[in-house]
Design a protein around this ligand. Structure first.
Ligand code: 13P
Length: 308
């Protein structure tokens, strides 16, 4: 399967971009792995005719918005996002009418229809920079993640209004589960993704995007970590620091895992058939692309690509 995919990739001048929450076999096959921000930047830079986006729907939409002439394939169109689902465009439209003085910052985990309505997007990797690009007296509405928005409020001293959305996977991780692991492994340092709830974030010694967590465990002197985010990231952590130990915080007691059911919808088999048949493809209207591109370009202008 893997050699077939590699052959098709060459024949069709395609690249595979994968998020850290994909399964290990997909991460190993990808041309580029990254956090949401890096994947958006990579999608903008690539010369390939076809991008197979091994991630979730909103990420593949972002790639399409930045590359309207390219074919963007998503191995499973049902790979959605609970955060994205928590903010519907029609509800945001009503909020805009109700609060016309707010500038709206949207975490990239939202649909293209929502991006059309906002002033700027951000990811967990650049959210502080984006929020601080607004004048201190500018009223802001942050959608859809109340956990990331609350965390940014706490560290910037802002008072953004927060949409009532969250990532089902991160929000479910409990401080009790983190503390139970910490009791078993008192030497391990707690690190967390900012989509986690405030009680978990309060326990963390380091908070950052998937890439930021990876950089942290590579350069930090610690030997073991309690990791509060999706399981997929530990594949790269083990590669980056083979002598260190990683304990993933699970959201149920039956496994030592924390899998996002959407991210895990993509499989090597689906990736192969999608590249072979060039479907499912992300299709957006030219009008949506034009409107949704503006807040993404605004974000990339404030947080320009960082070479890796
Ligand atoms: P990152 O930008 O940290 O990769 O986060 C993306 C995401 O969807 C986390 O749930």
């Amino acid at each position: 399967m893997i050699s077939k995919i590699n052959r098709l990739k060459k024949e069709k001048s395609a690249v595979i971009l994968a998020h850290y929450y994909q399964t290990a076999d997909i991460q190993d096959l990808a041309d580029f792995i990254g956090d949401s921000l890096e994947l958006a930047q990579k999608a903008k830079e690539t010369e390939a005719d076809i991008i197979v986006f091994a991630g979730v729907h909103f990420m593949a939409e972002t790639a399409k918005i930045l590359n309207p002439s390219k074919k963007i394939l998503l191995p499973d169109l049902e790979a959605g996002c609970s955060l994205s689902d928590s903010c519907r465009a029609e509800d945001l439209e009503k909020a805009k009418e109700e609060y016309p003085d707010r500038k709206i910052i949207a975490y990239a985990n939202c649909s293209a229809a929502v991006k059309e309505l906002v002033d700027i997007t951000c990811t967990s990797g650049n959210a502080v920079k984006i929020v601080e690009s607004f004048a201190p007296d500018q009223r802001l509405l942050f959608v859809p993640d109340k956990n990331l928005g609350g965390y940014i409020n706490r560290i910037t001293g802002r008072n953004m209004d927060l949409w009532d959305g969250s990532c089902a996977i991160h929000d479910m991780l409990s401080a009790e589960n983190v503390l139970a692991l910490a009791r078993q492994h008192p030497e391990a340092k707690i690190i967390a993704h900012p989509e986690c709830n405030p009680a978990v974030l309060a326990l963390a010694k380091f908070i950052g995007s998937t890439s930021a967590m990876l950089r942290h465990i590579s350069s930090d002197s610690g030997q073991s970590y309690i990791v509060a985010t999706e399981t997929g990231i530990t594949h790269q952590m083990k590669k980056a620091a083979p002598n260190k130990t990683f304990y993933i915080v699970s959201n149920d007691q039956t496994c030592a895992c924390n899998d996002c059911p959407h991210m895990k919808k993509n499989t090597i088999e689906k990736l192969y058939t999608c590249l072979r048949d060039e479907t499912p493809e992300i299709i957006l209207s030219p009008q949506t692309i034009e409107r949704a591109r503006k807040p993404i370009e605004a974000m990339l202008a404030v947080a320009p690509p960082v070479p890796r």
